[in-house]
Ligand binder design. Sequence first.
Ligand SMILES: Nc1ncnc2c1ncn2[C@@H]1O[C@H](COP(=O)(O)OP(=O)(O)O)[C@@H](O)[C@H]1O
Ligand SMILES: Nc1ccn([C@@H]2O[C@H](COP(=O)(O)O)[C@@H](O)[C@H]2O)c(=O)n1
Ligand SMILES: [Mg+2]
Length: 480
Amino acid sequence: MPEETTSIDYVMEAASGPHFSGLRLDGLLSSPPSSSTSSPAHRFFSPDSSPASSLPNQPFVIGVSGGTASGKTTVCDMIIQQLHDHRVVLVNQDSFYRGLTPEELKRVHEYNFDHPDAFDTEQMLECMGKLISGQSVQVPIYDFKKHQRSSESFRQVNASDVIILEGILVFHDQEVRDLMNMKIFVDADADVRLARRIRRDTVERGRDISSVLEQYAKFVKPAFDDFVLPSKKYADVIIPRGGDNHVAIDLIVQHIRTKLGQHDLCKIYPSVYVIQSTFQIRGMHTLIRDRDISKHDFVFYSDRLIRLVVEHGLGHLPFTEKQVVTPTGSVYTGVDFCKKLCGVSIVRSGESMENALRACCKGIKIGKILIHRDGDNGKQLIYEKLPKDISERHVLLLDPVLATGNSANQAIELLIQKGVPESHIIFLNLISAPEGIHCVCKRFPSLKIVTSEIDVALNEEFRVIPGLGEFGDRYFGTDD
Ligand SMILES: Nc1ncnc2c1ncn2[C@@H]1O[C@H](COP(=O)(O)OP(=O)(O)O)[C@@H](O)[C@H]1O
Ligand SMILES: Nc1ccn([C@@H]2O[C@H](COP(=O)(O)O)[C@@H](O)[C@H]2O)c(=O)n1
Ligand SMILES: [Mg+2]
């Protein structure tokens, strides 16, 4: 929390003294970043872990739930088929059914296979954890005719780009849900499901019609109402008509493909956007990261990159529809820019982004925040000069490098104190360190981060690696 806030006049004076862009954080990192949300990979990709020990390729985990015979397995098969050019594995919750004891077997008609306790969820979590961390696992093979697992054989499941976990109750347990990057619920009418189930269980699972109907009335339907249906609310996508819904499956596959092409952190945090890398962008990064580049070229290429990030960030603002008449007399239906907008730069390096913002948004108001270390006791002062009506505006927060995330978090905290809704803040930067992304996104999950590259890590001195050194000094020419 800031010790004090004051006006911009003070800022300008203070700005000529020591400044911090997240690199000098004496005393601040002793307390770990707050962890308020639990996201799929937190257990496996800790912000404290070094890049070598964290995962190079975080798999995309999809949960597929729905009532019995709704078409879950069919939908999964279709997704897997369409993702043929990726490594995809399917894990069935059914594989983790507990085997019945001889006593239970004798009275199998009284056994409730639709209750959460029928599954060994601990074992499933362990298997999923290993798969997500890149290890192969041996998944049990379950026999629906014998109600037992095979005692001698297992199915080897290898680490993959996409892991699909499918089953009637995969959304029931929060720990299981937290593993998932995307949750799909397959919907089908109860009578359709019952008809399919009768056919499947009599043909494939060695049952007779009367036992299927009896089990359905006694256990399957009540458990659907008690456990499966209430978990539908956790779904990100609901597919009506299951495998017949080709449009939904195409959209899902498209989404998965997009996610697979993204940085792992974008899979974990949907609010992080890395602008699409092109050779132009890589070329500009190559130039500004080169320690031997001239100051003039550093500024020139940084400005070009900043402009791209700013334009991309503006694309995340809300818009309203607007029609205009063109010189041909035709009507063009377009959109109107968001008017309630302002920029806020984190002094000093954030000021390097102000020109690009002004060039894109004529007359935009730009406020400033300075986070200033007060002596050597770890205390910080925050100076600010912000538009009075900032709480009514969307805010583009500017800082070219996101390192530890501590200064960013303090600036964001201040904006929120001023009444800006978290979801109205878009944090723009050129380079983000994974540690900074974890730190900001965990604390402010609905804030958006738009960046042009995510670097490898921070070093012991909290400098972004490979990074580009002290951006403000290089941009403003104070590094000699
Ligand atoms: N859209 C569909 N039309 C007709 N039959 C279907 C359809 N989807 C699935 N089935 C059949 O219904 C049964 C149950 O489907 P399945 O995908 O195994 O459901 P779940 O895995 O949800 O229990 C299977 O025999 C399958 O072949
Ligand atoms: N020995 C068993 C184990 C499970 N079931 C039923 O399977 C259903 C889940 O599989 P779906 O492919 O239909 O999702 C579940 O409703 C159980 O009743 C069984 O009959 N016998
Ligand atoms: Mg199935």
